[in-house]
Design a protein around this ligand. Sequence first.
Ligand code: AMP
Length: 226
Amino acid sequence: MMTNLVLLGPPGSGKGTQGERLEEALELPRLSTGDMLREAVAHGTELGRKVAPIMAAGALVPDAIVVGIIRERTGKSDCAKGFILDGFPRTIPQAEELERMLAGRGTSVTMVMNVEVADEVLVRRCVGRRLCSNKECGAIYHVEAKPPLKEGVCDLCGSPLVHRADDREEAVGERLKAYHAQTQPLEAYYAERGVLRGVDGVGTPDEVFERVEAVVKPLVVGISGA
Ligand code: AMP
């Protein structure tokens, strides 16, 4: 029996942070299409060169690209017990492809966690967000809410912090527009299938994770502390 979770939520909702914690608690791999695409951009691969301008503008990359990435990644052996999808699906066609793909493997989406945060809060979070440039570390900061001890430097590993190109205010506006137009319809899609659960995403990461755990616990045997 596989446990397949989907994290749904606008940019800056904290679903990446919650996804990392869930990954540890559930011992399931977190698959972030955003991370995978950024890696392709950083390595300057053919895919990376194709998607870089789309991502920098805050738009969505074509469905076929992310569906291909997820099809391949979810087929790997570390996904045998299930996985946590972070940032996929983001459109109805992606959700339909995912449903078909999983049905072909005799499984389905177990639960969709919708992390809910108002737009004004999201813009502030993204614009102040800073990420550790060391991929192995991946620590996340915020210039006001969670500043590093030394400006621009990661507390954990000493690497420089970076501001994502698409966390600039203009790009965040575009990403929110794309979210409302293309991704939010997934709420109704998954509500119809009876798997949608809402979580209030406003609060500290610890506070939000308590809510996330409460929602996930009844479904999953093996969450730490359960
Ligand atoms: P994220 O880190 O999840 O915010 O993703 C960063 C960017 O990667 C998005 O703004 C999109 O340009 C692209 N991206 C990530 N996942 C998807 C997806 N499922 N569909 C389309 N574009 C995506």
